[in-house]
Design a protein around this ligand. Structure first.
Ligand code: ADP
Ligand code: ZN
Length: 252
């Protein structure tokens, strides 16, 4: 009798555990196998923000965009926002000390302990060096580089619109907000960033080529970088990014 009861209990427990295990296996590719830091690198307007938002949902990790953080600071008129404004509006980089203290505050929040995704950081060798010393970098790091030619960047910036409230990105030509000027996701105001003005974009591109592009070699020489053709449609780029991340994550 006791044996029968044991047997019944075992069958009952297994009938719950096995399907749960199967479910876990099925959702595996959507989760990074250990805490991973993903870094999106590429010129302004190469699609980092668009892809970062999708990957953050796919892998359930926070997307940390230093550009978005600065825009939030500027909108709420904080000290950081006031200090950063003149650099951003002229297309220059915000000084490293300001960026680093803002970024470190963010990546030390509890939601980053299982990995996070950086979009727009690092942008200088000093930033990359400082980040490499952070404790979260002891785990695996993958740098995803989106390659897009300058002519395409200038075209995209001319067409880019952004939601002031949630940061959703639209394109006047390919994916305009349906309800003119209103964000479909949150109802916020969709506007054109002042730093997307063609003259400012040219300046940002020069800054990128001089200060940020050397990071490609920096991460490549450490075996951490993969290249992607960012001039294709967002879905195609997203597909390839996912494939690389899943492959790298399964190898560990
Ligand atoms: P994009 O990806 O289109 O270049 P972002 O939204 O990432 O634009 O950044 C907008 C601006 O914010 C940059 O041109 C720069 O002035 C400032 N900024 C953002 N991230 C950094 C950073 N890591 N270091 C220095 N300045 C930054
Ligand atoms: Zn919105």
């Amino acid at each position: 009798m006791v044996r029968q009861i044991h047997f019944l209990i075992s069958v009952f427990v297994l009938s719950i555990v096995i399907p749960l295990f199967a479910l876990e296996k099925q959702s595996m590719p959507d989760h990074l196998s250990n805490s991973t830091v993903l870094i999106l690198l590429g010129p302004p307007g190469s699609g980092k923000g668009t892809q970062a938002k999708r990957l953050a949902v796919d892998y359930q990790i926070p997307q940390i965009s230093t550009g978005d953080l600065f825009r939030e600071h500027m909108a709420s008129g904080t000290d950081i926002g006031n200090q950063a404004k003149k650099y951003i509006e002229s297309g220059s980089l915000v000084p490293d000390e300001i960026v680093l203290s803002m970024l470190f505050d963010r990546i030390e929040k509890p939601d980053c302990k299982n990995g996070y995704l950086l979009d727009g950081f690092p942008r200088t060798e000093v930033q990359a060096e400082q980040l490499s010393k952070h404790k979260s970098m002891n785990t695996s790091v993958l740098v995803l580089c989106l390659d897009v030619p300058d002519e395409e960047i200038i075209k995209r910036a001319e067409a880019r619109l952004v939601c002031r409230q949630c940061g959703a990105i639209y394109n006047r030509l390919i994916s305009p907000p349906k309800d003119n000027g209103v964000c479909a996701k949150c109802g916020g105001e969709v506007y054109r960033r002042t730093d997307d003005d063609p003259e400012v974009v040219k300046k940002r591109l020069t800054v990128y080529r001089t200060l940020t592009q050397p990071l490609i070699e920096y991460y490549h020489s450490r075996g951490l970088l993969e290249h992607f053709d960012g001039s294709r449609l967002p879905d195609a780029v997203h597909h390839d990014l996912r494939q690389s991340i899943d492959q790298r994550s399964n190898r560990q």
